[in-house]
Design a protein around this ligand. Structure first.
Ligand code: 3PG
Length: 218
């Protein structure tokens, strides 16, 4: 580790950082840098901090400033203002559960790598029209999971997905085996409880398992 930040120019580059993106919800910004180091120690190179707590932006700032080796992103971006706030805090990419014209324009105008969510054919078509072909697929299990993503392979040949929502370690390899799924995301590696307990050891062990996942053999 050389302490420098990898330049991230697109959502696809974020997806190429590894098979797994940990989705974390942080109550205490003071825990953020230690959490990031625990994830890095397990071999993960990126982290999505959800904007679901008052401390989330401070947590992103702490990670960006103190642990630049990990690529920190902001999740749960619900509007254009969230993109502004996330960028200002130091987020290097964003994740939104869906896509609106305002969110699409804010990301485009700021040249901010964004993984917007889409789960139906119409939503995927709309995202493509806005220029997005690297998408979040959320809530993955509830929205059709593996079967839905498999059906999208021949239809949306230019689209890749990061499914999140209900995918555990046991399911990960089946999702990664799909040609349109380079990575998936979940909270299981660093749950809010593990973070609150400052259980960095378990988080690093979980991160190691997540980072080592390989696509399941057909
Ligand atoms: C989220 O945005 O909370 C993620 O979808 C979390 O994924 P998980 O429900 O599999 O932990």
């Amino acid at each position: 580790m050389d302490g420098t930040a990898t330049r991230i120019a697109s959502a696809r580059e974020v997806m190429a950082l590894g098979p797994f993106i940990p989705v974390v919800t942080i109550d205490e910004a003071d825990h953020a840098a230690e959490l990031a180091r625990a994830l890095l120690a397990g071999g993960l190179r990126t982290v999505e901090v959800t904007l679901r707590t008052p401390q989330a932006l401070d947590a992103i700032h702490a990670i960006a400033a103190q642990v630049p080796e990990i690529v920190v992103g902001a999740g749960t971006l619900l509007g254009a203002a969230d993109i502004t706030r996330a960028r200002k805090a130091g987020a290097r990419f964003g994740v939104s559960p869906g896509l609106t014209p305002q969110v699409a324009e804010a990301a485009r105008a700021a040249n901010f790598p964004l993984l917007p969510g889409a789960v139906t054919a119409s939503e995927i078509m709309a995202a493509r029209e806005h220029g997005f072909t690297a998408l979040k697929f959320f809530p993955a299990k509830a929205a059709g999971g593996l079967d839905a993503l498999k059906n999208f392979v021949p239809v949306f040949a230019d689209v890749v997905f990061c499914p999140t929502g209900g995918i555990g370690l046991a399911d990960g390899p089946s999702f990664l085996a799909l040609p349109n799924v380079p990575c998936y995301g979940s909270a299981w590696v660093a749950t809010a409880e593990l973070i609150r307990a400052r259980d960095w050891k378990t988080i690093t062990e979980n991160a190691r398992k997540a980072a080592a996942q390989k696509p399941a053999k057909a």
